[in-house]
Design a protein around this ligand. Structure first.
Ligand code: NDP
Ligand code: 8X3
Length: 265
């Protein structure tokens, strides 16, 4: 609604799943004067998302597809400076880009998998936050803007075969909580949203592209949809300035945790 009108919003990982749905939901909620900067590695897919937004809400929302690999610190460092001038006054950052690779137990985890999970989910999120905080901090009252971090139930309840992913999401949680304390004297809101099971490309990526293994994860379950999480992201950004939806955990009805805490028909 009105509170979001005129805002400039950056979403990382907007080419798929929760990030893509979040872009569409922002556009639906505030179809006038919004600027959406959609980032991910797959620029062609981002352009498709931009076209989907235009088709659904028309020309009122300005969309900038922008190729950005958050795991590359140099790319993140030059990100804001490489935006066209009228896109730099960022109000909201949605740190959504993230991934899991494999289900190996600790002794067997591939070094490349370990590194890409931390470089994306942790260092990438921190570097993006630093880049955007530089803009937020220039505003009155110590700064203003929203940082919305997508964590996971995995960051609260680690499970076998997910040690690195779970540790990465626990790191997100600690970073987020510390940052909220550091920014207590400002108008910057620091928000964490922790989904449970959502059906996206997440499991396809986890199983290195094996769609049948990914489908088996959701067999007999009714997972959340990415739109379910997108609605909550947009809700938090649309609250009155003094309201911080600091921390949210969202499950589908059959879920109460990780590991065994998933009811399968
Ligand atoms: P998807 O795989 O569908 O989407 C992940 C997005 O992240 C893609 O747009 C992908 O784009 C992007 N991404 C991956 N690596 C990078 C990178 N290095 N730089 C920029 N973008 C990147 O999965 P989800 O939508 O499910 O995941 C979104 C977030 O939600 C993640 O942080 C995930 O951990 C979290 N989450 C997911 C849950 C689930 O059950 N699905 C539950 C809890 C949390 P591209 O490949 O084009 O770069
Ligand atoms: C994704 C949820 O539990 O499959 O963050 O790791 S889980």
């Amino acid at each position: 609604g009105k509170r979001l009108d005129g805002k400039t919003i950056v979403i990382t990982g907007a080419s798929s799943g929760i990030g893509r749905s979040t872009a569409l939901e922002f556009a639906r909620t505030s179809p006038k004067n919004l600027r959406l900067i959609l980032t991910a590695r797959r620029i062609d897919t981002l352009k498709e998302v931009a076209a989907d937004i235009k088709k659904e809400v028309g020309e009122g929302v300005k969309v900038l597809p922008f190729k950005l690999d958050v795991s590359q610190p140099d790319e993140v460092r030059s990100f804001v400076g490489n935006l066209p001038e009228e896109w730099r006054n960022i109000d909201v950052l949605v740190n959504n880009a993230g991934l899991v690779k494999g289900v190996a137990k600790a002794p067997e985890i591939e070094e490349a998998d370990l590194n890409v999970m931390f470089a994306t989910n942790v260092t990438g999120l921190i570097n993006m936050t630093q880049a955007v905080l530089a803009i937020f901090k220039k505003r009155p009252e110590g700064g203003a803007g929203d940082i919305i971090n997508i964590g996971s139930i995995a960051g609260r309840e680690p499970y076998q075969g997910g040690s690195i992913y779970c540790a990465s999401k626990a790191a997100v949680r600690s970073f987020t909580d510390a940052l909220r304390k550091e920014l207590i004297a400002t108008r910057i809101r620091v928000i964490e949203i922790d989904p449970g099971q959502v059906e996206t490309e997440f499991s396809v990526v986890r199983f290195y592209g094996d769609k049948s293994k990914a489908d088996a994860v959701y067999a007999g379950c009714e997972p959340l949809t990415p739109d379910d999480i997108a609605e909550i992201v947009v809700f938090t950004a649309g609250r009155r300035e003094n309201v911080v939806v600091a921390d949210t955990l969202i499950f589908p009805n059959h879920q109460a945790g990780t590991g065994g805490a998933m009811y399968k028909k």
